[in-house]
Design a binder for this molecule. Structure first.
Ligand code: KG4
Length: 333
């Protein structure tokens, strides 16, 4: 089954063709990051406009690059939540029009389910059940994945997402947007014990997280140093900050896996590209005798292939939508 899949929830316009949920025939991504970089973050109106300008070109390119014709497409899939509402609407409406014109089913896909499914593309042997930590620019959550379409959020951030925290830290350090990769690069070889940052524990749910205190601590440290005219060790700061994020994510995920009886751990989302977090998970999984699945870098960030992968399993579970499908800024998984 060949699925034409659309992703437009934030600042990537992406169109892919995926076969039977596991094989990428093509994965076309246009990142708008450079357009937003000048503002230090995503500007929703610019994102929506840019999706409109690029989505049909990318769709045409995807069909050509996959070596198929329109008649070969068996279904159309789209990320319909959560995301920037104007941006999501562009993908949803374009996908609806494609499904209508091609007379094929339309499959709605939850964006975070898509991030999790990116791992099915990289690891043919991976099947639920497993525990997943989904860490992206807009979401940070621990998900109990009981089946391909049966999952529950068991913990999530109470405020900022981990990616947002990377982006704001980068901004205060004068690094470009999106800040995750530049911080990752700056932290290489830095002393992670140079600065001490808070690691939040949220009352009520041991699996919930919080990153706003960490973000504020970094901002205060930098501003105080600027006011006093002191020089900060930027490498040490990036390394210490990344350690604090990792220490908030990795032990909590391992504890949840142990409590839920999982020996299979999956990491997903843009922040899963972080080298320190990947290394810490690798070490923790080895120590606990767990299997660890982390997507290759190209499948960590937003892409269309992950939508096509999850869509296949949604379709098998009987999930399709009509032309009344709406876009949603927030939605439970
Ligand atoms: O999954 P994604 O592409 O978009 C959302 O669905 O939100 O994630 C984007 C986020 C950004 O905050 C970006 O700074 C972060 O992923 N990111 C990283 C790295 N690469 C991207 N964060 C930490 N380390 C990285 N190497």
């Amino acid at each position: 089954m060949k699925i034409l899949a659309f992703e437009s929830t934030c600042d990537e316009t992406a169109v892919a063709v995926v076969e039977d949920g596991r094989k990428i025939l093509t994965d076309q991504i246009f990142s708008q990051a450079q357009l937003h970089a000048v503002y230090g973050g995503v500007v929703p109106e610019i994102a929506s406009r840019c999706h409109v300008e690029s989505i049909s070109i990318l769709a045409q390119r995807a069909i050509e690059a996959a070596g198929i014709t329109r008649q070969d497409i068996d279904a159309v899939a789209v990320s319909y939540a959560p995301g920037l509402i104007g941006a999501v609407l562009v993908g949803v409406n374009f996908a609806k029009a494609c499904a209508l014109a091609l007379k094929v089913p339309l499959i709605p896909v939850h964006h975070i389910r898509g991030h999790i499914a990116a791992n099915y593309l990289a690891y043919p042997e991976l099947e639920p059940p497993f525990l997943c930590l989904a860490i992206s620019g807009g979401n940070t959550m621990l998900v109990d994945v009981r089946g391909y379409t049966d999952m529950e959020i068991i913990g999530s951030t109470r405020d900022d997402a981990a990616g947002e925290c990377f982006d704001k830290t980068a901004r205060v350090l004068g690094l470009p947007y999106p800040g995750g990769k530049p911080i990752d690069e700056l932290s290489q070889g830095g002393d992670d014990g140079m600065y001490h940052f808070p690691i939040s524990h949220v009352e009520g749910n041991p699996y919930d997280m919080s990153f706003s205190g960490l973000k504020t601590a970094v901002i205060n440290l930098v501003h105080n140093a600027q006011q006093k005219g002191e020089e900060l060790n930027r490498k040490g700061l990036a390394a210490s900050f990344t350690k604090a994020v990792s220490d908030s994510l990795v032990p909590r995920t391992m504890m949840a896996a142990e409590n839920l009886g999982y020996k299979k751990i999956v990491v997903a989302g843009g922040v899963a590209a972080n080298s320190r977090i990947r290394a810490d998970f690798t070490a923790a999984a080895k120590e606990k005798g767990c299997e660890l699945f982390v997507p290759p870098l190209r499948l960590c960030g937003d892409n269309g292939a992950m939508v096509g992968a999850q869509a296949y399993y949604e379709y098998l579970a009987g999930v399709t939508a009509g032309s009344d499908l709406n876009a949603y800024a927030t939605m439970d998984i």
